[in-house]
Structure formats: structure tokens, C-alpha cells
Design a protein around this ligand. Structure first.
Ligand code: G3P
Ligand code: CA
Length: 304
């Protein structure tokens, strides 16, 4: 093609706006869900209502929470089925000794008894920016009530809940009910609030996931995979493909992303707190990121 003709073609393309690159729309960046881990644990006591509402204020669209069961069969928001020495003060005002924390067994206490424990005043050494406050562990239903009201008052988009059932075979009957009863109690509370479609239930323990699959086949489920576990082998042991695979972020690589795509699973990773790690994770085709610092994730994932 003569050079002069090419020059005219380029000029005409600019003048008519038909130059392909000028006209093409940039592809929209994929929406990656930002999940507030135990609320916004970096700033307020974990798994408490103020921490969850702060996570929403910072831009989280999903709340990650852990649940256990009390003696009177209420679902309580707590990472351990006992009062951790790291964050709790006993009803007598004293710190809990590490060696004795399991004696403060939530499964052997009524909900009313759990409210006598303070889980915010001593802060958390792992989270130096966490603001101490006197606060107790909430019932999951009270959390739903408070969050739904907050979202409504602030005219925010409907929030999603990522609820982790904290159980292990050795804890059955001692620290929590058997998996079928545990699953039933959690499902009942979700149903009470009509939240079935906005909830995903996750667990490291395959047993409650298998029970849930039988009880509520449309319930969204996520398989948690720890840093020392093999995601492929763990998925095989689950015997069905869940909606989401949720590995520790050290396991995320292109091969795992491709595996999730091939199986038709979403990929939601945890718990990514450092900005450099958030940046690194943003290069992968993720569906969600779980963090104790929702504001940091917003900086990385909403800047595009
Ligand atoms: O959501 C996954 C993550 O929360 C699992 O770890 O120990 O913080 O419950 P953990
Ligand atoms: Ca969790």
C-alpha cells in the first residue's frame, strides 16, 4: 500500500471517529467481592456488631463471620467455641489464662452467660490499630438484625454474609453439636431472616457441608482450604463441587485459578491484609478477597 494512501486513511479514520482503537470501549474490570473478615478486625474487636458495620462503611460488600453454638442451642458469632485468652475478659473482670481458655466453653454456657464476657476491652496484640471497646459476642440473629437495619438506614446495597461453621470431628458433643444439628440451627436462623440467597456457608470441616448439601441443595457453599492442605484432594473428599473454593492466599496461583474455572467454582481467598499482598492477589482472576482491612482492599480493587 503506498505511504500517501496510508496517511490519508489514518487522517480519515481520526476525522470520522472510525479509528478502531479510538472507538473501542475498554473492557470493564471484573467485580471482585470485598469481604470484611470477622468484620473489620484491623480496627475494631472481631466478630462484633460494631466491627461488621465498620466493614460496610469502609466498602466491604460481604461480611465474613464465624459461628458456634451455646448450651441453649443459639447460634453465636465467635471464632472459637470458647473464650480466647487473646481477646476475652472473664465475668470476674480477670484476664483468661491461655491454659484455661477451653474451660470457658461456650457450648456449656447459655447465651445469657456468654454476655457476661467482654471480648473487646483488652484489644488484640495482633492488630495494633484495633480500638478497644467493651462488647460481647452477638447472636447471629442479632447481627442480621443490626446489619440489615444499618444497610437500610444508610441506603447501602444489600449485603452478603459468608458464614463459617466452626466444627471439627474431635469437638462433636464437647464444643459443638454434631454436623447435622449444627447445620440445621444455622439454616433455621438464615431462613428466619429470608437471607438464603445472600448467604454462603463455608467450612474447613467437610461434614457440615455434606449435611447442608443434603438438607438445602440450593444453599451456596464454600470449601475452605488451609495453607498446608491440597485443594484438589480436599475437593475430591467433599464428593461434590461447591459454589466456591476458598483457599488460603498462599495457595493461589494460575494453576489453581484454571482449576476453579474448569470446575465452575468461584475463587475467594483469605486472609489478605498487607497492601503488597492485596496488589499481588489483584493480578489473579479472583471472585472475592477476604481481609481484616476492607479499606485497604478498596484502595486496590476499586481503583480501576
Ligand atoms: O474465611 C476464611 C477464614 O476466615 C478462615 O480462617 O481462622 O480466620 O476462620 P479463620
Ligand atoms: Ca472464618
Amino acid at each position: 500500500m503506498p505511504r500517501s494512501f496510508l496517511f490519508v486513511l489514518v487522517l480519515v479514520s481520526f476525522a470520522t471517529g472510525s479509528f478502531p482503537q479510538m472507538n473501542a470501549e475498554l473492557p470493564k474490570a471484573k467485580f471482585v467481592s470485598i469481604e470484611g473478615h470477622r468484620g473489620a478486625r484491623g480496627y475494631l474487636p472481631e466478630n462484633t456488631i460494631p466491627s461488621f458495620t465498620l466493614a460496610l462503611e469502609q466498602g466491604a460488600d460481604t461480611l465474613e463471620l464465624d459461628v458456634v453454638v451455646t448450651k441453649d442451642k443459639k447460634v453465636l458469632v465467635s471464632h472459637e467455641p470458647w473464650f480466647s485468652h487473646l481477646i476475652s475478659t472473664a465475668p470476674n473482670g480477670e484476664r483468661i489464662e491461655k491454659e484455661k481458655e477451653r474451660e470457658h466453653n461456650i457450648y456449656k454456657m447459655t447465651y445469657a452467660e456468654t454476655t457476661k464476657y467482654d471480648v473487646g476491652s483488652i484489644g488484640n496484640v495482633g492488630f495494633p490499630d484495633q480500638k478497644p471497646m467493651k462488647v460481647s459476642k452477638p447472636l447471629m440473629t442479632d447481627l442480621f438484625k443490626a446489619v440489615e437495619k444499618f444497610v437500610n438506614d444508610k441506603k447501602l446495597a444489600p449485603v452478603r454474609y459468608n458464614i463459617e461453621i466452626k466444627s471439627a470431628p474431635q469437638g462433636d458433643g464437647t464444643f459443638h453439636p454434631a454436623p447435622d444439628e449444627f447445620a440445621r440451627l444455622v439454616l433455621a436462623d438464615i431462613k428466619k431472616f429470608g437471607l438464603e440467597k445472600r448467604v454462603i456457608i463455608q467450612s474447613f470441616d467437610l461434614r457440615p457441608l455434606k449435611e447442608l448439601k443434603k438438607m438445602a441443595s440450593t444453599q451456596q457453599l464454600a470449601l475452605l482450604v488451609g495453607p498446608t492442605e491440597d485443594p484438589v484432594l480436599k475437593l475430591e473428599r467433599l464428593t461434590f463441587v461447591p459454589d466456591t473454593l476458598s483457599p488460603h492466599f498462599s495457595l493461589v496461583n494460575e494453576k489453581l485459578v484454571a482449576f476453579c474455572r474448569e470446575k465452575g467454582m468461584k475463587l475467594v481467598t483469605w486472609t489478605v491484609n498487607e497492601s503488597a499482598d492485596l496488589e499481588r492477589m489483584s493480578k489473579f482472576d479472583l471472585d472475592g478477597i477476604i481481609t481484616d482491612y476492607p479499606d485497604r482492599a478498596v484502595q486496590v480493587f476499586r481503583k480501576r
